[in-house]
Every structure is written in structure tokens, then in C-alpha cells.
Design a binder for this molecule. Structure first.
Ligand code: 5GP
Length: 212
């Protein structure tokens, strides 16, 4: 059996409209699934109460972020609600080269950017059960002003159509069920022939050919 370090990790993209619960789903998934890391993005927005630099995001100035863009240091980046967010190329490569799978929790623009570059990735879109549920979640989390909530809902009405560009679709009606399904997707992707060929050949090679 090939060891974890001898194979490259896989890239998973998780996107959803703001308020769908993708951060919670991603955190619970990473807590229970072995060999899956969550990417820590860079952002030019300020930390919210309870957020820690290097844990939730790498918080940097807009100038530093723009210098990183100029230096081609991002796998992808996007302007989301007026702030810049991006996935570090070096960090991504480090995780994948170590044989761990990496989950990018990024917006639809970021997902498109990764795919456009032809980077192999499995993409998962998380849908809220309905517009009404999304609206009540956005209001309930008490984080945004009424104007900001209106903007998020408008963006959601556009972004939701992007589900058809993704490999898998999950409905976040119940967080644990959603995490379970995401975990199943990851396990299934790990069992694909492309990733298992070397290990399978090792085993099959130990079986003498019929008649030999
Ligand atoms: P928040 O500020 O609420 O943490 O995130 C706002 C949005 O930015 C979310 O949709 C989140 O998924 C997205 N986002 C976070 N990190 C990245 C990233 O590295 N790249 C892209 N494209 N979007 C990101």
C-alpha cells in the first residue's frame, strides 16, 4: 500500500452563498476527517471579534495583499463584498505535497478561477434549503447591518445559480448530515482508480498470473 507521504493530496473546493453555513460545515469536517486540512486564506478585511490571525485567516493590509497579487503568490483571489481574499499558492502546495487533502472554502469567483487554470480539484456547492432560511440565518447571526444583509441576499440570488458548475451539490438542511455527506464525497474521491492505481498494482502484482 502506498504511504500517505508518497501520494499527493487532493484539492477540494467548497462554495456557497454567504450565510449558508459553509464555515461550520468545513470546521466540523476537518475536526472529524483524518488527512484533510482547511486552507487558511489571506484577507484584507479586519478580524472580527473572536477571530485569530493565522487561525481563521491571515489578516494583512490591502497593500500587502496587492503586493502578493503582483508577486503571483495566489492560486486564486477575489474581491468579495469590497475586501480581498486569496488562497496562497505556497501553502496549498505544501499541504498537497505532504499528502494531505486540502479544503478551500472560497466564493464562486474563486472556484471558477481554480477551475479555469486547469488545477485538478473536486468542487462541492452547498445550498441553503430555501431563500427564506438563508435570510433568517443572515439576520439571526447578528453580524451585518440591514444594508449588508440586503447586499448578501442580492449576491446570493446570483451566486446560487453557480451550483450547476460544481461536481457535487449538498443541501445544508442539517449540519451533521451535511458534514457526513461531505466526508463521504472525500472518501469516494480517495477511492478513485487514478489515485489507487499504484497501490492496487502493488497488490495485484503479488498474484501470479493465471497459468503461470
Ligand atoms: P467572510 O468575510 O464572511 O469570512 O467571507 C466572505 C466570503 O469570502 C465567503 O464567501 C468566503 O467563502 C470567501 N472567501 C474566504 N476566503 C477566500 C479565498 O481565499 N478566496 C476566495 N475567492 N473567497 C474566499
Amino acid at each position: 500500500m502506498s504511504s500517505r507521504a508518497s501520494r499527493r493530496g487532493r484539492l477540494f473546493i467548497l462554495s456557497a452563498p454567504s450565510g449558508t453555513g459553509k464555515t461550520t460545515v468545513a470546521e466540523r469536517l476537518v475536526a472529524r476527517a483524518a488527512g484533510v486540512r482547511r486552507s487558511i486564506s489571506y484577507t484584507s478585511r479586519r478580524a472580527r471579534v473572536g477571530e485569530t490571525d493565522g487561525v481563521h485567516y491571515h489578516f494583512v493590509t490591502r497593500e500587502r495583499f496587492e503586493a502578493m497579487i503582483a508577486g503571483n503568490q495566489f492560486l486564486e483571489w477575489a474581491d468579495v463584498f469590497g475586501h480581498l481574499y486569496g488562497t496562497s499558492l505556497v501553502d496549498t502546495e505544501r499541504v498537497l505535497a505532504a499528502g494531505d487533502d486540502l479544503l478551500l472554502v472560497i466564493d464562486v469567483q474563486g472556484g471558477r478561477h481554480v477551475k479555469r487554470q486547469g488545477v485538478p480539484a473536486v468542487s462541492v456547492f452547498l445550498l441553503p434549503p430555501s431563500l427564506a432560511v438563508l435570510e433568517s440565518r443572515l439576520r439571526g447571526r447578528d453580524r451585518d447591518s440591514p444594508d449588508a444583509i440586503r447586499t448578501r441576499l442580492e449576491v446570493a440570488r446570483e451566486e446560487i445559480r453557480a451550483y450547476s458548475e460544481y461536481d457535487y451539490v449538498l443541501v445544508n438542511d442539517e449540519v451533521d448530515r451535511c458534514v457526513e455527506r461531505l466526508s463521504c464525497i472525500i472518501v469516494a474521491e480517495r477511492c478513485r482508480l487514478a489515485g489507487m492505481a499504484a497501490a492496487a498494482e502493488d497488490i495485484a502484482g503479488g498474484f501470479p498470473a493465471p497459468g503461470a
